[in-house]
Design a protein around this ligand. Sequence first.
Ligand code: MN
Length: 162
Amino acid sequence: MAKILIVEDNALNIKLFCDLLAAHGHQPEAVTDSRNALDVAKQFEPDLVITDIQLPHVSGLELIKLLKADEQLSAVPIMAVTAYSAIGDEERIRAAGAQAYVSKPISVVKFAQTVDELLPDRHEAALIERPDDKTGAPHEGTPEIRDSEAGPEPQDQGSPTI
Ligand code: MN
């Protein structure tokens, strides 16, 4: 579970992002007015910030710079989401301090994947998922999760042994 702050002025996108993040076990918090984003971020202390770029008042690019200049928030990874990208936009957004850049309309898979990559505990998760990578053995050491769901072996004591 990670706390993820979403800065987005479009209600449908907020709903989509919040639903997606909640489905992945995260705790999303949305801000529609980017003028409040810094204050909300300081209170919420997110593990990741997802920000739209085309925002009224304070643009996403400006917000990224503000977050990176803030002592408390400068280490928080930032994922930028943008619908219109001109040549050089991605470079500018990354130069401002965003670690990732996803274009709209978002691909659900790409969105979830990028979120996972930016969260600090992703290395642990990767290790758990691939325990046999070094040996190439077909998952010899991994416990059989499948059997535990089926419950204990039926102990039919009265059945004849042939
Ligand atoms: Mn927008």
